[in-house]
Design a binder for this molecule. Structure first.
Ligand code: MRU
Length: 350
């Protein structure tokens, strides 16, 4: 099965009526795929981070709900919608921070709610998920194209976590910008911060950039200040799990300190995020930051590295305030400060 699906993170097998996901827990050592035939399986893949990254989680969840629909044996709309509500709630509960999860589930659920019959609901919920998969690829291409103008030939670009093909259906957001710049003939080299404790930078960003022949080096998260002080980083670009209407960005833990370091060293700090990652309703203090497992911190490759009984803080995301962000790249263009206005304009064009 190796490479049969290429680096497409989320795929729908129409013949088999199943969702095929790259198992990101096994990367970079093994490229394996998981086939999901039920919404419970999809929920488990999201919870355990077999699939991760805001846009990928969203599209996977959309197919989770579509699978619940096509597997349903309900005959009347009421019992069908009761089943859909239960599946919706299960999928919603998997991870709390990336807004794409809720956005995607709402879209597919909306199709179920507005359908006139169970059969119609099944068809339109599945077709909405398929549309979202295609849209994700298209959105990333457009976002990459806009963002590529921010990078110059020869730039050395730092990224944190993985906002690449593996975090989306394919191509990526922050790494999509890098791919697009390369496609335009610019030579770009990438520094991937390791991203403790789950190591998305070392495991996933390094894997997918090497896979595509893009120059990549890994650096410990703790080395970024020194690399910047030595003039080894020209630009920073990261993804986002949620962008608020005033430009606050929730992204992988460690992003905030990278942004502060970038400001200290006058290095542009860019965020790449599709409009599906924007949350125009919540205030900063209303967003839940996921706390992940104790073992992620006290163990390395399954081996204990901290004393028993020690307390642990393991927040998965942090919040970068808008004044530290040079620009936010979306599929509709590059947004600049003040974000309150540029974000409002992109959602309500006059
Ligand atoms: O915990 P993860 O691996 O799901 O976190 C992923 C990130 O923080 C990404 O930077 C973000 O989702 C953007 S992906 C295009």
């Amino acid at each position: 099965m190796e490479y049969r699906y290429g680096l497409m993170t989320v795929q729908w097998d129409d013949e088999d009526r199943s969702l095929v996901l790259i198992d990101q827990r096994r990367l970079p050592n093994r490229l394996e795929y998981i086939r999901c035939r039920s919404h419970e399986q999809v929920a488990e893949c999201i919870r355990s981070m077999a699939v991760r990254g805001a846009p990928a989680i969203g599209v996977a969840a959309a197919f989770g709900l579509a699978l619940a629909a096509i597997n349903s044996r309900a005959r009347d709309r009421e019992s069908f919608m009761r089943e859909m509500d239960a599946a919706f709630r299960l999928l919603r509960s998997t991870r709390p921070t990336a807004i794409n999860l809720f956005w995607a589930l709402e879209r597919v659920m909306g199709k179920g709610r507005s359908a006139g019959s169970v059969e119609e609901a099944k068809v339109s919920m599945l077709s909405e998920a398929i549309t979202m998969l295609k849209e994700d690829l298209d959105v990333n291409r457009r976002l990459g194209d806009h963002g590529s103008s921010l990078l110059n030939d020869g730039d050395r670009v730092l990224t944190h976590c993985n906002a690449g093909a593996l975090a989306t259906v394919g191509y990526g957001t922050a790494l999509g910008v890098i791919r697009a710049a390369r496609e335009k003939g610019k030579r770009i080299s990438v520094i991937a911060a390791e991203t403790r404790p789950v190591m998305q930078g070392a495991r996933l960003t390094a894997f997918e950039l090497k896979h595509d022949g893009i120059d990549v080096s890994i650096a410990p998260d703790t080395s970024i200040g020194l690399l910047m002080a030595r003039g080894m980083i020209d630009k920073v670009i990261v993804g986002a799990d949620r962008v608020l209407r005033d430009g606050h960005v929730f992204n992988k833990i460690g992003t905030y300190q990278v942004a502060i370091l970038a400001r200290e060293h006058s290095i542009p700090f860019y965020v790449a995020a599709p409009l599906s990652s924007f949350d125009l309703k919540s205030r900063v203090d209303e967003v839940t930051i996921e706390e992940r497992a104790y073992d992620e911190v006290v163990k390395v490759s399954g081996k204990r590295v901290a004393p028993r009984g020690v307390r642990v803080f393991n927040p998965a995301f942090d919040i970068t305030p808008p004044h530290l962000i040079t620009a936010i790249v979306t599929e509709k263009g590059v947004l600049e400060q003040p974000y309150e206005q540029s974000i409002a304009r992109v959602f309500n064009p006059s």
